[in-house]
Write a protein that binds this ligand. Sequence first.
Ligand code: GSH
Length: 197
Amino acid sequence: MLKVYGRSDSSNSAKVYWLLDEIGQDCERVDCGGKFGGNDQPGYLAMNPNGKVPTVVDGDLVVWESNAILRYIATRYHAVELWPEGAAERAAIDKWMDWSATTLTPPLGRLRKAMKAGEELATTPVFAAFGLLDKHLADNNYIAGNKFSIADIAVGANIHRWTLLSIEKPELKNVIDYHRRLLERPAFVSRIAQSLT
Ligand SMILES: N[C@@H](CCC(=O)N[C@@H](CS)C(=O)NCC(=O)O)C(=O)O
């Protein structure tokens, strides 16, 4: 059974628990990071030198970086519905996963951190990324087209956090409709909507 190091209130760890629920696979959860600590300990750093969560251990294999973990788990359990085998279908998913990790999540994280600290921060990169997503979702029910995939799992926590963002923000109808579609999935509700602030 996979061992997952990561607290359930971390968005990157929650993605892993969400995928496992979607495909009906159990794991051994090791609460780690945040108030649980442990991720600064030598044993943990030997597995994941970044000192971040999540980290997944599968026998002798260690995987870190949440999107790499999603791809590993989907491949390992042959979840072809969520991670098809064709190169073109994979590329359509993968590009959005990388976009999420580089363009969507980091500015949103910085904005949330600044807001918590009561500091001012330009909203431009966050609004630009969500605006782009809104345009994309006008013609696509899901991130990689018309089927739910691991790209939705990579992006979903950000969507939840967009809805919680308590600032004046553009009304992004397609993003909100997409959020409603995600809320129809029990695993999104329990792992993201009910677990992340
Ligand atoms: N790019 C990494 C980011 C990992 C990351 O920043 N994780 C955060 C939680 S979401 C973390 O470990 N924070 C420190 C902590 O929880 O103690 C990934 O996607 O896995």
